[in-house]
Design a protein around this ligand. Structure first.
Ligand code: AMP
Length: 303
């Protein structure tokens, strides 16, 4: 089974939703991604943490057998993000971003990771995403995330990264912003012309669309009775998606569709609790059970 290399943020998040709040809890794109993907495949994480990131915090990586030899600890404080959500829970409003140790982060890929077949470039500066790619020999699949912040401030750098990747995983607002198109099908055409052959557009509680070759696949979000905290849903989704692809070892349309559903399954668990409280305590049986429920949810007979 191939390992996945992920580069992204490791964070302390402070989050407020209409249903509660949590202060300085474990978060970050690389954290959510790697814990989610670890249920499917071996994961190697590259990122930076500050001196305030204790052994106890690192425990979550260890418990999931995530290789942290690329997680560098430097002087200073760990990246911090503060956000809140309204009742519809679909879009985070960023209240504060403190880059801290991320400000001077220059990802160095350990030698043992440079032949990674599966690479996920989490949401960080697109210049750093490109620098990571410079160090990988011949990846089989490179997927990437980004956010409005980079589309706004570093569009040219982002376009240079997009030209080098196979798959982009972004939300609908970002797809519209990046393409300048309101219609998502037209937005997808424009974005795919920038480089990524496959595009996955996440639409929060409305599910996800995948544009692959000539086909479009749509999956709903799992209808949950209670959602506490959507933070990390996107990265958790990407973790399940890449995890399944690396485990399966092929990129057929049918495997990609399964991967979209596994991503949706993982995201649905994650939003049921703050931080990684639920995501980090799952079993394979929980995951498989909800995968089957998804099949039920979307199944219908042809006439
Ligand atoms: P999402 O999956 O989009 O909900 O991602 C949420 C995670 O992204 C949080 O745990 C934050 O720590 C992290 N995050 C928010 N803003 C940034 C940023 N500018 N750079 C890197 N990570 C970020």
């Amino acid at each position: 089974m191939s390992s996945i290399l992920v580069v992204g943020s490791v964070a302390f998040d402070s989050v407020k939703t209409p249903f509660g709040e949590a202060d300085d809890v474990l978060g970050g794109s690389a954290t959510y991604f790697s814990v989610s993907a670890s249920y499917f495949s071996p994961v190697n994480v590259v990122g930076v943490i500050g001196r305030d990131f204790t052994n106890e915090h690192q425990g979550v990586f260890k418990r999931h057998n995530i290789d942290t030899s690329g997680l560098v600890q430097t002087d200073g404080e760990t990246f911090r993000w503060k956000g809140q959500y309204g009742y519809e829970l679909n879009e985070a409003q960023t209240l504060d971003t403190r880059l801290n140790v991320l400000e001077t982060f220059d990802p160095e890929i350990p030698d043992s990771y440079t032949d990674s077949a599966y690479v996920f470039l989490g949401n960080i500066d697109p210049v750093l995403q490109s620098r990571v790619l410079d160090q990988i020999k011949s990846p089989k699949l490179v997927a990437c995330d980004t956010m409005n912040f980079w589309i706004d401030s570093k569009l040219d750098d982002l376009k240079r990264t997009l030209a080098r990747i196979d798959m982009l995983v972004i939300n609908d607002g970002e797809a519209r912003m990046l393409s300048g198109e309101a219609n998502l099908v037209q937005a997808a055409n424009k974005i795919r012309a920038m480089g990524p052959e496959r595009l996955i557009i996440k639409r929060g509680e409305y599910g996800v669309l995948m544009f692959n070759e000539d086909s479009i696949f749509g999956a709903p979000a799992f209808p949950l009775e209670e959602v506490f905290d959507p933070t990390g849903a996107g990265d958790t989704f990407a973790g399940g998606l890449m995890g399944h692809l690396a485990r399966a070892g092929d990129m057929s349309d049918s495997t990609l569709r399964q991967a979209i559903v596994f991503g949706s399954v993982m995201a649905s668990f994650n939003v049921e609790a703050f931080s990684l409280n639920k995501l980090s305590a799952l079993t394979r049986t929980d995951i498989q059970g909800r995968f089957e429920q998804f099949k039920q949810l979307t199944h219908f007979e042809s006439l």
